[in-house]
Design a protein around this ligand. Structure first.
Ligand SMILES: *[C@@H]1O[C@H](CO)[C@@H](O)[C@H](O)[C@H]1NC(C)=O
Ligand SMILES: *[C@@H]1O[C@H](CO)[C@@H](O)[C@H](O)[C@H]1NC(C)=O
Ligand SMILES: *[C@@H]1O[C@H](CO)[C@@H](O)[C@H](O)[C@H]1NC(C)=O
Ligand SMILES: *[C@@H]1O[C@H](CO)[C@@H](O)[C@H](O)[C@H]1NC(C)=O
Ligand SMILES: *[C@@H]1O[C@H](CO)[C@@H](O)[C@H](O)[C@H]1NC(C)=O
Ligand SMILES: *[C@@H]1O[C@H](CO)[C@@H](O)[C@H](O)[C@H]1NC(C)=O
Length: 351
């Protein structure tokens, strides 16, 4: 009896301590030929992500950019039922640029909550209000003709709108944040957004940092600089790595060259140092943006054999197997129970 109580207490303590770390890919709403993805397309993607050969773990999470299924006004995106079917965890995104309100994005989300209930809401890790909106109105965003964005004040307002809309739903305690480039987070003009969010989603691409010495040999330094700058700006707010990767093909960017070897080298050096230790959504399993000449997809044909060997080098420190159980729906039970047993032993000794 006593022992059982100790074990139960330790198990719940262990569960609380063993905070789950998410491993996923980004997924746009179209393919590179601008075709709108349907449920079957998302399902195939999510299944591939969970079954990649040689991968250090199951990529059982996906980050989306919109809640809306095109061409509808505010119907839920078909990635939602695909995620339910494949038990894929969701980092949701509301598209916030080029608009004065995000009512349609919010409607699509609340409709999905009504339609799918806890089958849907149990999968949601967080909600990102916007994606790179602050970058697009920054000096480099304007220089790169990145398109319409939003300023910090508008993003703060939209975040408050989302909090209010979710306040009466089962997502009222879900983390609400924003995704932007590391340089937008490091820009002090955007501090109000950091103050408002529950998490800071950072996009970091050493390939594009042509003013930071971006030869591939310096990629780790540039990445660390970007991550450190973001973490410093974020203060106590958790930093999630929402986009990172290196293109397999595409133009030279400053000193950076897009090659399959560099993409593999980046996976080994950066990916394998992060997987299982920080929340990471890799860019990308499959390319979406037809306007981007750099191609980042590691399996554009959705083969479980990716374009390069995904096995992490020994000594990279990557856990041998991350989330392999998640795909089957049993959570990170192994990890949790190891900690729980350890705690039970400590408690038993203490008593
Ligand atoms: C949730 O999933 C269960 C099991 O698949 C299913 O029976 C139920 O109808 C689903 N609920 C909704 C609201 O879709
Ligand atoms: C910092 O943010 C402000 C406000 O959006 C913007 O005007 C400025 O260009 C940004 N600075 C840089 C270096 O991008
Ligand atoms: C939330 O619920 C309260 C009480 O039921 C109600 O007064 C309020 O209007 C609701 N807010 C929204 C955004 O639905
Ligand atoms: C490497 O990257 C760091 C951080 O961006 C930068 O300070 C340094 O100048 C770069 N080194 C070279 C040789 O380009
Ligand atoms: C980033 O921070 C880590 C740990 O705090 C440190 O080891 C590393 O040297 C820093 N890198 C850069 C480029 O500042
Ligand atoms: C993939 O890389 C790992 C570690 O670097 C190596 O052990 C394995 O043999 C490689 N697999 C293939 C198919 O080349």
């Amino acid at each position: 009896m006593r022992v059982a109580v100790f074990f139960a207490a330790a198990a719940s303590l262990g569960g609380a301590l063993a905070q789950e770390v998410y491993l996923g890919f980004n997924s746009g709403s179209t393919t590179t030929d601008r075709k709108v993805k349907k449920q079957a397309d998302f399902e195939k993607e999510f299944q591939t992500a969970q079954n990649l050969k040689g991968s250090p773990g199951s990529f059982a999470s996906v980050r989306l950019y919109t809640n809306i299924q095109a061409p509808s006004k505010d119907d839920p995106i078909e990635a939602f039922p695909a995620a339910i079917k494949t038990n894929t965890k969701l980092l949701l995104g509301l598209w916030c640029s080029g608009t004065t309100n995000i009512d349609n994005e919010i409607n699509a989300l609340t409709k999905a909550i009504d339609q799918y209930g806890s089958n849907f809401t149990n999968l949601i890790i967080g909600v990102s209000v916007g994606s790179e909106d602050l970058y697009r109105v920054s000096e480099s965003g304007v220089r790169n003709e990145a398109g319409p964005g939003q300023n910090a004040k508008t993003i703060v307002k939209f975040i408050k709108d989302v909090r209010e809309a979710l306040g009466n739903t089962s997502l009222r305690r879900t983390p609400v944040g924003h995704v932007d480039t590391w340089s937008a987070w490091a820009n002090k003009s955007n501090k109000a957004v950091i103050d408002e969010v529950d998490f800071v989603g950072a996009n970091m691409f050493p390939y594009y940092e042509d003013d930071k010495g971006n030869d591939f040999s310096n990629a780790t330094n540039v990445f660390n600089y970007a991550l450190n700058s973001t973490e410093k700006a974020a203060g106590t707010k958790p930093v999630w790595i929402t986009e990172t990767g290196w293109p397999l093909t595409g133009p030279d960017w400053g000193q950076a060259k897009a090659t399959s070897d560099n993409a593999k080298g980046y996976w080994d050096a950066i990916g394998c140092s992060l997987f299982g230790r920080k929340n990471v959504w890799w860019y990308a399993l499959r390319d979406s943006n037809p306007d981007n000449k750099a191609k980042f997809g590691i399996s554009n044909e959705l083969s479980t054999t990716a374009s390069f060997n995904l096995t992490c080098p020994s000594g990279s420190g990557a856990p041998a197997s991350i989330n392999k159980e998640d795909a089957k729906g049993s959570g990170s039970t192994l990890f949790v129970s190891a900690k729980a047993i350890l705690l039970a032993i400590i408690l038993a000794i203490a008593l």
